[in-house]
Design a protein around this ligand. Sequence first.
Ligand code: NAD
Length: 241
Amino acid sequence: MTQRLAGKRALVTGGASGIGLAIVKAFREEGARVVVGDQCASADDAEFVAMDVSDWDSVQRVVGEVGLVDVLVNCAGIMHVGKLHEVDPADYDRIQAVNARGTFLCCRAVIDGMLAAGRGNIINLASVASLIAVERRFAYCVSKGAVLALTRAIAVDYAGQGIRANAICPGTVDTPMIRGYVDKYFGDDVAGTIASLHARQPVGRMGRVEEIAALAVYLASDESAFLTGAAIPIDGGWTAK
Ligand SMILES: NC(=O)c1ccc[n+]([C@@H]2O[C@H](COP(=O)([O-])OP(=O)(O)OC[C@H]3O[C@@H](n4cnc5c(N)ncnc54)[C@H](O)[C@@H]3O)[C@@H](O)[C@H]2O)c1
């Protein structure tokens, strides 16, 4: 069978863990050449480059090394739990720096090459928190709202130049990020919190990383050529309620 991403070169930020790691595997299975950019080293990945998406010098260096990027997946992200009155301004700044500004910086770094090539594809990991307010995720909601807004702005500005941009908006997906913040913020009731994280999707469970990666493959492939500027919920029905 024809590989759906044959000949494409991809950069996946946050590709050392969780959803990003699943996207890296799925892209490679479909024939893409994938560079993994992450602040944490990926075990035994020959195509790993260390990067901090919140640092412009770091992002420029990595994109300079990779060369032309056909598909950029912005998956690096961090979580914060708290309502407005619980948010320390320094934590707020860090969330925006990684999730929102980091996505901007990576898009900014690849866009000149995409314009010169006359083609390009940007896939941003937004969230249901881009579409609805998720309780006690104030700073995260703000950051993911920005990710969706910048995705749409890029899609509209470059639709005539062969460049697409789409946002994946997952519900709760079982990853190290989820397990990490449950331990950090809900350590007194880990089992009960995990159960509630399953239950908030109408299908009654968290998503699996492979399910998100399958959507990313479709968005990265030419099958989705007519799709740009979209915010695609993949959330077990959460935002349909
Ligand atoms: N897991 C979920 O329920 C869920 C839901 C909606 C959206 N998302 C989004 O999907 C993306 C991936 O989430 P995940 O759950 O797989 O998380 P994860 O913690 O498993 O993976 C995130 C990766 O990003 C990397 N990273 C963090 N900050 C970075 C930085 N400054 N520079 C470079 N790399 C950095 C981490 O090292 C890690 O490898 C995130 O953007 C997250 O907000 C996750």
